[in-house]
Design a protein around this ligand. Structure first.
Ligand code: ADP
Ligand code: ZN
Ligand code: MG
Length: 496
């Protein structure tokens, strides 16, 4: 608890740098494919291999995607932006420089409104609040290649370079140091990823490296206005790791300062096994990139009318959709957030809500049984064997009393397994709910005759035995008795 006490005396300041791979088929400055998982060095040409004399030609689609991202993040898009060379030596950077943007980036001065709050163990958000986080800039740049190492350092170590990634288009999104907790950083990243997915500009896949995040963090005594010395954390492969690495680093820095030490500006790496950060390089060793305007590319000029058109045609963004789900369908914030986390899930829900005429039930199925079944079978929602339309039909069948909610679960499982619609499944399994009074009365009489002792006990005042009789009828009908009708009939029949 001592550490907790120290941390409480300090306030963290966090700024995030996110690299998002733009969803193009070809690279930023050449026609090579961006397909992930191709054999090493197969997606390469003189341009992305950095061969002398090869010239870059800008990918129009990448510019479109970057502009849409910048606009959705509230950035002002510069009518003229400039590509710049960022010079450094690294084995996976054959040109010896990366083409990026520097003092005139594509977009600047953005802001996003993010819902933030602490989570309970059950995933509910407490202390829900909206916060504005500022975005410093969004610029375009090309990715570098990838070094792969085999064996341990200092032994018979082999290194390989795969240049398939070299020249893949990225948008780098740099935030202001506006986050005051690891949770806020996490919530912003989740929001950002959602936004990029909605725009269709990035697939958001962190395992394949299409979305990467570096976290900058410093701490300062509570109440102070000045910023402390920051540390940059790299190697963060998931938002949870970002949060954990920040928590670790905040505590480490607070402890150092509380003990009278000082923080050195450095880059640290997150070790997910040890759950700690360790130094990679100090700022003294850091690069001086010697940026200068890229002489092989003209300044990027965008027509204001075109930028306006891009802005007009932005899709409904996650936040707006979430709010609409709450008001239009009367859903909880948690459900609305879950349902809007992936656009395809939100689309599925809306279609199901329309088809069922019961949005609440549609939401329950979508976040419940459907999500569970998809996870268990490793399927994406686009591959769901139960379509939104068919789930809507199933919900109607429950609402009309044709089948019970309990049987519906069995029907759903069978629909998911076989890919059939609800009607054929209900027919095939003979699961239609029995609401027919004479039929139910027949069963009730049979149950009464088979349980004379319980019947006598019930009649002499043991009311609890009512449930027993319900159970017996359900057993006889394989759970198909309509509970409401059965209840009414049984109340009368047991007294007779
Ligand atoms: P550098 O020159 O080291 O790249 P920048 O000023 O460009 O630093 O900032 C990089 C990132 O670090 C940004 O996201 C910014 O918000 C964040 N940042 C800057 N100063 C601090 C600080 N004192 N504490 C935490 N984050 C910071
Ligand atoms: Zn190429
Ligand atoms: Mg910087």
């Amino acid at each position: 608890m001592r550490a907790e006490g120290i941390v409480m005396e300090f306030e963290p300041v966090i700024g995030l740098e996110v690299h998002a791979q733009l969803l193009t088929n070809s690279k930023l400055f050449c026609g090579c494919s961006t397909r992930f998982g191709a054999p090493p060095n197969s997606n390469t040409c003189p341009v992305c291999l950095g061969l002398p004399g090869a010239l870059p030609a800008l990918n129009r689609k990448a510019v479109t995607l970057a502009v849409r991202s910048a606009l959705a993040l509230g950035c002002a898009v510069n009518p003229t932006s400039i590509f710049a060379r960022k010079n450094y030596f690294y084995p996976d950077l054959p040109k010896g420089y990366q083409i990026s943007q520097y003092d005139r980036p594509l977009g600047q001065h953005g802001r996003v409104e993010v819902c933030s709050g602490e989570r309970t163990a059950a995933g509910q958000i407490v202390n829900r609040r909206k916060k504005i986080f500022r975005i410093t800039r969004l610029h375009m740049e090309e990715d570098a290649g990838k070094s792969l190492h085999e064996g341990l350092p200092d032994s018979d170590r082999k290194s390989y370079v795969d240049l398939n990634r070299s020249g893949v288009p990225l948008a780098e999104i740099v935030s202001e140091p506006d986050f005051r907790s690891s949770q806020e950083a996490y919530d912003y990243l989740t929001h950002l990823r959602k936004t990029l997915l909605y725009l269709g500009v990035c697939d958001g896949n962190m395992e394949e490296g299409s979305l990467r995040c570096d976290a900058n963090v410093s701490v300062r005594p509570k109440g102070s206005d000045a910023f402390g010395t920051k540390v940059e954390i790299k190697n963060l492969n998931s938002f949870r790791f970002v949060q954990r690495a920040l928590d670790y680093e905040i505590e480490r820095q607070a402890r150092v300062l509380a003990e009278g030490g000082r923080i050195y500006q450095e880059t640290r790496l997150w070790d997910e096994v040890k759950e700690s950060t360790f130094p990679m390089r100090s700022k003294e060793e850091a690069h001086d990139y010697r940026y200068f305007p890229e002489p092989d590319l003209l300044p990027l000029k965008l027509q204001p009318a075109w930028i306006e058109e891009m802005e007009r045609t932005l899709p409904e963004l996650p936040h707006a959709r979430e709010e609409r789900f709450v008001t239009e369908y009367d859903l909880s914030h948690e459900d609305a957030m879950l349902l809007t986390s992936i656009p395809a899930v939100a689309d599925y829900f809306e279609e199901c809500a329309r088809n069922s005429g019961n949005p609440r039930a549609a939401a329950n199925w979508a976040v419940g049984d459907l999500t569970y079944a998809l996870k268990a079978s490793g399927k994406e929602i686009e591959e769901s064997p139960v379509s939104a339309r068919e789930l809507g039909v199933l919900i109607r069948t429950i609402d009309s009393g044709e089948i019970s909610g309990k049987i519906a679960k069995t029907v759903f499982e069978e629909m998911f397994r076989s890919g059939e619609g609800s009607a054929p499944v209900i027919r095939r399994l003979g699961l239609v709910q029995i609401s027919d009074e004479p039929a139910l009365l027949g069963v009730i009489e049979k149950v009464k005759a088979a349980n004379p002792r319980q019947l006598a006990d019930y009649r002499s005042g043991k009311d609890k035995l009512f449930g027993y009789f319900v159970g017996q009828v359900m057993k006889e009908t394989q759970g198909q008795a309509n509970p409401k009708v059965l209840n009414e009939l049984l109340q009368k029949a047991l007294r007779e």
